[in-house]
Design a protein around this ligand. Sequence first.
Ligand code: GLC
Length: 426
Amino acid sequence: MSIPVEAARAILRDNDRGGYTVPTAGLYPYQWNWDAAFVAMGWITFDEPRAWREFERLLEGQWADGMVPHIIFHDPKTEYFPGPDVWKTRGPVPASGISQPPVLATSVRHCREAARDPQLAEDRVAALYPKILAWHRWWVSARDPERSGLVGCLHPWESGMDNSPAWDAAFARVSPTPTTVIRRSDTGHVGAEMRPSDDFYKRVVALIDLYASLDWEPRRLWAHAPFKLADLAINAILHRANRDLLALAERFGTAAERAEISARLETTAAAINRLWSDAAGLYLAFDLISWQPIEAPISASFLPLWAGVADAARVRTMAATLERWARKLRYLVPSTSPEDARFEPKRYWRGPVWCMMNMMIAEGFRAGGAVDIADRIKADTAALISRAGFHEYFDPETGAGLGGGRFSWTAAVALSWPLIGGAAGA
Ligand code: GLC
């Protein structure tokens, strides 16, 4: 069983559209925010200037208030729906109006440490650092205006886990009647059974219509959002990203910035830990409108491991929870618990395995001392890719590759983790 390094590199090269990498040809023809962060970790293994370029192209889309959009519509001429005409944003380049889990600082730190050309890295990171700081400040001002320590997610696409069952109850409150006419293009690329339903698309677009009518103004969005929850992916990834930003601030920031980031880290560690559920044996997202925990065990429930905020007892409990899930499946980590009635092994974020989630969860377990489960997740990831190829996601029961093929972040994870070169499972 092996994964050819050249095949992974060829995917990134083929998906390169001139300094940015599309997630996959056809289905996703632009630059996506957290995809770009993972993809850069792939590029840095064989083309350093190209890795730095990926970040710069992403930040071309940054708004004056610091927001970094979830999709940057560089060169908008493809048939993608919903495109710039639906989002109606007014940033420096056509883009969506919401953000995505902020992996950027973690990726920039990783690339700086992996770089074999330290002078190049120094120059590029010096320019990136203030922009990342501005984005992290935006999360606080726009998405945690009450300073609870948890940022709110205002759209299922902001979480990066579009169709997760964790959003079902909150999403049921959203109007299913958009003003925009729905013109789906995704099901022309991938089977409808692997994609979200039409009802989901109507509500997704109705939310965009509402926020566009509020001019994407953060205070108005916060006041009027019918969908507002503290999601674990954004919160845990942001906490981890702030740790990495603090490391960058040692070199590139000021003492006041370091103090600001450190203070926020203390607040967010405590706030994330309040989301722990003894009954579930993991962390649960929280609905900021119904003011209830969201009883849905999903892969993001393990991401506080990646943040490094779970104590030893919680790490052990989460390992036991995942081992229990593993008895019902062949491959870890399913995006929804197989013990949950809403588990669907093939449908978007309702069961399948994503490789970049596996990397974050496994390395979180490893850092917490749960090495066996970390190794198991890594070996499963290598087995999935070497048997099925570089798919967007995988069936946790059969290992079949699903969604888009020749997928950039899957190739990047294989290169950077690394799963290639005999290190699979190591
Ligand atoms: C889907 C995923 C999202 C990802 C995008 C591009 O929308 O749910 O997380 O960023 O595809 O890969």
